[in-house]
Design a protein around this ligand. Structure first.
Ligand code: FEO
Ligand code: CA
Ligand code: CA
Ligand code: CA
Length: 699
């Protein structure tokens, strides 16, 4: 039975009660959906003991001080804020307490792309960026983007207006080239927080208008943005013909091996191929053929009246849903439309260059709480996609297409490339540690070989081909594997991970980086204990895994892995920064979205900082002598999560998601005044940051 929890008090996972309720339907408070008895990462390779010397840096002596004033950014946000006072030696920082640092005169050379004065942990209600940098709000929730859409008026909002305006809670962002000093901005709108959108909102009795506004505020946006010469500033081009909104009522096409299956048919769609809406789009990716991918994550929370017979391990609410949409559309009532939830939980592909195209839900990539999906290519041009299932103790997957990408932008190539994700094999990851299980005690202490590492295999679940699909899982048909993918992962013996979130293959080295946000249930009674790939019990700060495919072939079925970062305060003995000296790194907690800059540095945004600071964005070198040197680039306002980072030569773009989402907050009683100051409604927004001297970021 799913519980609705009070909206006050502390919640696990570092987020406010309000965020837990609206983003994921209080997922942290529900039973762990994975009750399978898969073995954990054991000591199968105990003989590998003591291969390496101890490489851990000595304990550090400095203390990170969560500091900062409640300073409010001025409307327009053109000025940078100095790093808040911190009593420690940050990289690129002169080291005197309270000294903001000197741009261009760092005390040592960080990796190229990371030469900025690290921002100290803080709780300022603003976007805090390094000295010498500037920022602007690119676009806010409610800004009109389609022809005919009115200016934002939060007191008189309508569903029709919202359907032509930028949606709520921007998460994943993509920027695609468009020419003439313009780019296409594509954004996910993961979820709505009605308490912060509607004055006087009564969660027991939402009105039809409020529900329809929420439908229109979910989904995706495509907006042409204009680059400013000589800076990284971006501004939206309103009413551009390519601008687009996709919402909970837009049409999507189901494609791949489960399309047309009886499992996907409903009374409104007897073909099982057309579905209205995309739900809870979290992270995503940009493909080498110029489309965008969007993960449907906590889709379960929107459905009411699930049961053990209909649930299949996805956590459908058994009573009413949190937003009560079932009162306004029967398809959200599982007792009336049992197959409707089967039509959500996929990776969506969008062609943002074609405003008339119908976006596709790809069943070949499986159905689970897709955080996102990120693509790379094999040497012979076949796409490989990695995707995490963001739930405690759930799995990490990849899909290897059997079709080759065609180069060029001809109509023929484009049409072909839009079918690449319909045929191929879906795999799930099984990881094995190389240290004896007895050395993984759940504290995060490194084993005697000096590293959390080991090997792994990709276990095939099902293969989709031109003449049908084949299951590789005993007792499940191929259609069942693609629709009830979690059950297939259970049967295959996949490794239970600590919330696999965003994934990014390095364009430089091919190594794949997986953010594992946290899992405070790890090691509790009745739950899987710590293992070498998830080495801390009650893991509240998370870690980042580095995966190297065998022969550097993304289609390989074998890989090696190691933990690149074990997050936390550098003073915490269990934290680890790829062996880099811990007195020279920024503290980090709850890694979530990852991206690469043009120099091959990994950038990590966080969700739910448990160290007392606001969430932020960090850059870290992944190769060379400064590997593991992690530096904080920015922090976000009160209650917000840092999402969708993009790092271009001269610009950093972030989505500031759910600002002001603090327990007890409402429209009348806001917890944040960002981005427009006192008396103005809090608005999730996209922010661009650039160097005031116009040079490249971090150089
Ligand atoms: Fe939407 Fe997994 O965070
Ligand atoms: Ca080891
Ligand atoms: Ca996320
Ligand atoms: Ca990413």
């Amino acid at each position: 039975m799913r519980k609705l929890l009070p909206l006050i008090g502390s919640h696990p996972g570092g987020r406010s009660a309000l965020t837990c309720r609206y983003r994921c339907g209080d997922a942290c408070f529900q039973e762990v959906p994975n009750t399978s008895d898969n073995e954990y990462v054991g000591d199968v390779m105990a003989g590998a003991l003591s291969r390496r010397s101890m490489m851990r840096a000595a304990a550090v002596v400095t203390v990170a001080t969560a500091a900062g004033t409640a300073a409010l950014a001025s409307p327009g946000m053109a000025t940078q804020a100095a790093a808040a006072t911190a009593d420690r030696h940050y990289p690129g920082h002169p080291g005197r307490p309270g000294h903001p640092g000197h741009p261009g005169r760092p005390t040592h050379k960080a990796a190229r792309g990371l030469r900025f004065d690290a921002v100290a942990p803080n709780t300022a209600d603003q976007v805090t960026i390094p000295t010498g940098y500037e920022q602007n709000v690119v676009i806010r929730w409610g800004e009109p983007i389609l022809r005919g859409a009115p200016a934002f008026d939060p007191d008189n909002q309508t569903a029709k207006a919202q359907a032509g305006q930028f949606g709520y809670n921007n998460d994943f962002l993509a920027l695609l080239p468009y020419g003439h000093g313009r780019q296409l901005l594509v954004a996910n709108h993961e979820y709505t927080d009605e308490q912060l959108m509607f004055a006087g909102y009564d969660s027991d009795n939402p009105t039809r208008e409020q529900v329809e506004i929420a439908w229109a505020a979910h989904g995706l946006s495509v907006v042409a943005v204009q680059e400013e010469r000589r800076s990284g500033k971006l501004t939206p081009v309103q009413r551009h013909h390519v601008n687009r909104r996709l919402t909970v009522t837009s049409e999507f096409r189901l494609a791949g091996p489960a399309a047309g299956s009886d499992l996907l048919k409903t009374s409104a769609d007897p073909t099982g191929t057309k579905v209205l809406g995309t739900l809870n789009n979290c992270a995503g990716g940009t493909t080498p053929w110029g489309t965008t991918l969007h993960g449907e994550e906590n889709f379960n929370q929107y459905f009411a009246n699930g049961s053990s017979a209909t649930d299949k391990r996805y956590g459908l609410p058994t009573g009413s849903s949190g937003r009560k949409w079932e009162r306004f559309d029967d398809r959200f009532d599982v007792s009336k439309e049992p197959n409707e939830p089967h039509r959500h939980g996929y990776v969506v592909e969008l062609d943002p260059y074609d405003p008339d195209s119908t976006p596709v839900k790809h069943t070949a990539l499986g159905r689970f709480k897709h955080e996102g999906a990120t693509a790379t290519l094999t040497r012979d041009g076949r796409p490989v996609l990695y995707s995490g299932d963001d739930e405690r103790f759930d799995y990490f997957y990849k899909f290897v297409s059997s079709k080759r990408m065609k180069r060029g932008r001809s109509r023929h190539a484009r049409a072909h490339n839009l079918t690449l994700l319909e045929e191929g094999t879906l795999y799930v990851a099984k990881l094995t540690g190389d240290s004896p299980a007895g050395q993984i005690d759940g504290s995060g202490a490194l084993p005697s070989d000096g590293e959390f590492d080991g090997s792994g295999v990709w276990i095939p679940l099902a293969t989709a081909g031109p003449r049908g699909a084949v299951s590789h899982v005993e007792g499940m048909t191929a259609e069942e594997v693609f629709v009830f993918t979690r059950l297939a992962g259970d049967k295959a013996g996949a490794t239970k991970m600590d919330r696999p979130e965003d994934v990014e293959p390095s364009p430089r080295t091919g190594k794949v980086y997986v953010a594992l946000t946290n899992n405070t249930k790890r090691g509790l009674e009745g739950q899987a204990p710590a293992d070498e790939a998830n080495p801390r019990n009650a893991n509240k700060h998370g870690h980042v895994l580095e995966l190297t495919e065998h022969w550097h072939n993304p289609a390989s079925t074998r890989f090696a892995w190691s933990l690149f970062l074990v997050a936390g305060d550098p003073e915490d003995p269990s934290s680890y920064f790829a062996g880099f000296p811990k007195d020279k790194v920024s503290p980090i907690s709850c890694p979530d979205n990852v991206a690469f800059d043009p120099y091959g540095n990994l950038w990590i945004s966080t969700d739910g900082n448990k160290l007392g600071s606001h969430d932020g964005l960090f850059g870290v070198a992944t190769h060379g002598p400064r590997r593991g040197e992690l530096k904080q680039f920015l922090t976000v306002p009160t209650g917000a999560e840092t999402c969708g980072p993009i790092i271009q030569d001269r610009r950093v773009l972030v989505a500031v998601q759910h600002p002001g989402e603090v327990s007890g907050a409402s429209v009348e009683n806001p917890a944040s005044q960002w981005p427009d100051g006192p008396g103005k409604i809090v608005r999730p927004s996209v922010v661009a940051v650039w160097r005031e001297d116009g040079r490249n970021i971090g150089c």
